[in-house]
Design a protein around this ligand. Structure first.
Ligand code: GRG
Length: 295
């Protein structure tokens, strides 16, 4: 592993690699206009940070393997993430017109096509997982089931259901954390632990899960903070509450300063989980990036 790696450079390099993998993937080859692949491609290449596949790569490095060993697992988590954003933006959910500054999938394509592109990304993720060639068959099966649980009613879906139920209701900090543990944390944890499952490395699984728990909570707290400080219109009036939906956020529940302290606390706990050796260098820098980022 390169010593003293510049995390911004690592993030840029790995983002380019991941985007090349997506570009090369046959599921994104558009055979004709109006094909579902067109909508899949649009959302996959719409400018995400690629944090989840980067976590797969960072976890693989932590385990002492080349970062691209589980390339299909990295793509699978990004495809599930992209599907969740497409469906989350739909009129029946958050009804958003813009995502990452661009029209959402259902604004760009017929709504039915947007829904289908999400469905296709979700199912494609499991084709990718189930056909991984760089691990033993029984480990591929265990990792695939782990990802299915993280995406399903015990993970992302549960987070979304809890989130819908919490709309316009008084939510306490513990409940907010529970929502984010599922909505944000489940996929981060899956990204981190899947390389350990695929490589048969039982010993490191708990450390990676603990890191993922605190990384996910820190990431979400900072996301909530950035929604306040990055939006001058929100300053001082409806602090951190998504005013369109009336959803509670960390700043709305505990204030900005305490939210920042909480994010720092999770940063420290994440670092403790993975230790201070050279193999955890990138994971440590990633949690710094998640907490210190301005976007
Ligand atoms: C299954 C419909 C459905 C929803 C599941 C994941 C989810 C619940 C909804 C997606 C919307 C959302 C705000 C989730 C919280 C997690 C989060 C902060 C997502 C944004 O992640 P980034 O910042 O996104 O990594 P980019 O744009 O960089 O890919």
């Amino acid at each position: 592993m390169r010593p003293n790696v510049d995390i911004q450079q690592w993030l840029q390099e790995t983002r380019e690699i991941i985007e090349q993998w997506i570009n090369e993937d046959s599921v994104c080859r558009v055979a004709q206009p109006g094909a579902v692949e067109e909508a899949m491609r649009y959302s996959l290449l719409a400018g995400g940070k690629r944090l989840r596949p980067q976590l797969v790569m960072a976890s693989t490095l932590y385990l002492g393997l080349p970062a691209d060993t589980f390339r299909d697992a990295a793509l699978a988590v990004e495809y599930i993430h992209t599907y969740s954003l497409i469906h989350d933006d739909l009129p029946a959910m958050d009804n958003d017109d813009l995502r990452r500054g661009r029209p959402t999938a259902h604004k760009m394509f017929p709504e039915a096509m947007a829904i289908l592109s999400g469905d296709a990304l979700l199912t494609e993720a499991f084709v990718k997982m189930g056909t991984i060639q760089t691990a033993k068959a029984e480990d591929v099966l265990r990792a695939t089931v782990y990802l299915a649980r993280a995406a399903g009613r015990e993970g992302l879906i549960r987070g979304q259901v809890l989130d819908l139920a919490a709309e316009r209701q008084d939510v306490e900090l513990g409940e907010l954390q529970n929502i984010h543990r599922h909505k944000t944390g489940a996929l981060f944890k899956a990204a981190l632990v899947i390389p350990a499952i695929l490589s048969g490395n039982e010993r490191e699984q708990q450390a990676l899960l603990d890191f993922g728990e605190h990384f996910g909570l820190a990431f979400q707290i900072v996301d909530d903070i950035l929604n306040v400080v990055g939006d001058p219109a929100a300053m001082g009036k409806n602090i951190g509450t998504d005013s369109a939906l009336g959803k509670a956020t960390y700043p709305s529940l505990v204030g900005l300063d305490q939210a920042r302290r909480l994010a720092d606390d999770h940063r420290i706990r994440a670092k403790i989980a993975i230790g201070s050796g050279p193999q955890s260098d990138i994971l440590r820098r990633l949690v710094d990036f998640a907490v210190d980022r301005q976007w």
